[in-house]
Every structure is written in structure tokens, then in C-alpha cells.
Design a protein. Sequence first.
Length: 336
Amino acid sequence: MADGAPTERDGARVLDIRVDDRAGWLVEPIDGGGGAAALFLHWFDTEAPDGNRDQFRDEAEVLARDHGVVSILPQGAFPWSEPPTDAEADARRIRDEVERHRAAVDMLAARADVEPAAGAGRGSAVLFLHWFDTEAPDGNRTQFLDEAARLARDHGVVSLLPQGRFPWSEAPADAEADARRIRDEVERHRAGVDLLAARDDVEDGRIAMVGHDFGAMHGVNLAADDGRIGAAVLVAATPRWGDWFLPFWPIAGDRWEYLRALDPVDPITRIAQLAPRAVCLQFARGDFFIADMTGLELHRAAGEPKELHVYEADHAMRTPDARSDRLTFLRRTLNL
């Protein structure tokens, strides 16, 4: 593995190694690793002195000396030594680069002084499903990232924030296709619940779901089907898919037939099935898209226990009060 004699400095040992078919640095504590490891992948600048495997060497040595971290710093191949040329070749080169880096991970994982990741959670988990706004910076999986980070830091909560697909990347079109896409989206989110539930650091009955807009509407169907979700926060959800799809997308076929076809998966049809699990509904008085009576309709359809919060906000619901109320609800229902 090593290509030359190691150098030692301030408690760290640096070896010139081969990672697959490329050069790399192995940086380790002189007295052996303390259980953790890092893989450093450098930037691209052929004229910069650190546009290669040397970029993070000083940081790796500090980690080795102060914290017993073992690091590998491989030299990149694509596009450093192979320029992009065409779709087929570049796709293959990207996959080859990933495999080289996987070889480095294998080398780290095989060391006796590197421990497998242990579960860091303290029993609870949250599935966050984001809202729809293709022009908003948070209309994607990043929407609840700050809240998830706070829950992890303060309460040991494990969170999953999947990227939505329908209607983010597939536009509504007709009754048959849209009903199928809604069910497919629910199955994708169920796979997320499977991931959370399979963790050793997540306990049965301590998984919650937080959804906004279409995320909340998909979340109602998910929670109705999956009893592992013990509590739900629904932010700015409408009672029916047609409330959104018919006014804002060109839907084929008869309007009333469309509404009838989607009725079995409409949130107002399914929300009662969440009982006796707790539901927190959040709406905005200034929501251009959702009238006050629409929110009350969904609230009335929900079973007990339930709570309703209304804010001086718009549909984006970027209000500290809403975030605070969500956190309070999750603390109570997940026993944080």
C-alpha cells in the first residue's frame, strides 16, 4: 500500500500510498487511531499549489494529532488527468472515480483502529416532507434542514428529508396518472420510514412526520397507511388534490370525474384515519391559496387528539411562531 518511507511530525504519521491506481496520502496518529476516520477529496485548479491531494494534508495532520483520526487523501483522476469529452465517456469516468473513492473507504473501514458508525440517536425520528415552490430556495428537501439539525443537536432526533417527486418533477395531467403518482410518492416515503424504523437508535412508536403544502398532503396518506408514524404536523395542507391541480395545471378530462377519481387519496378523506395519533395543523391567515374555511374544513375532518394553529403569515409559513409550535408538539408527542 505504501510507496515510500513514512514521515512523522507532531504526533502524526504520513504515508505515500496507492488508492486503486492513484497516489494518495494516508495520515494516521503515531500511536494508532482513536476510532474515527475521514476521506478528503480535493478541489480542481491545475495552477494552484493545493489543487491536488495536498489540499487538506495540514487539517488531516491536526485531526490525527489532536483526535486520533485516520485520514486518506486520494489524488483525483477525473477531470484532473482526463478532460471531459462526451456523455458516455464522462458518465463512465464519474462512476470510475466513485469506485476509486470507495476503495479508499474500504481501506479505512478495514483498519482495526477505525470503528463502524454507532447509532447517535436517542430513540426518536422525524420524516420531513417539503413544500412546493419551484422558485423558492427552500422549495425542496432543504426546507426543514435547520429544524432537523436543531432536533438532532438538542434531542438526539434522527431525521430524514427526502426530495419530493410529484408534482415537483412530474406535472399533474389526468385522473388515472395522478392517482398512481400520489400512491407512488407515498410508497417512496414509506421506504423512508423503513429506513428510520430499521435503525437501532429509533424506537417503535417514536417516529413523527412533518409536512408542508404537498408534503403535508402526501404525509396524510402516508400516515393513514403506516401506523409506525406516531404523530403528524400538517402545514398549509388543502383538503383535496383538485384544490391545487385543477386551477394551476391543464388537467385532461372532466373536472368532476377528476375530483371523484382522486377522492380516495384526498387528505380530507383520509385524515380521520390518523386518530388516535396526535395531529397538529398549521395555517396562515394571509394565505393567498388556502381560504380560512378550507383549513377549518380539514381540521374538522381530523380525529382527536388534534390542535389547530393560525399565524399572521403567507403560504410559505416562514414564521418563528410556527417553528416554535412544531417543536413544542414534537417534544410532547415524541417524549423528547
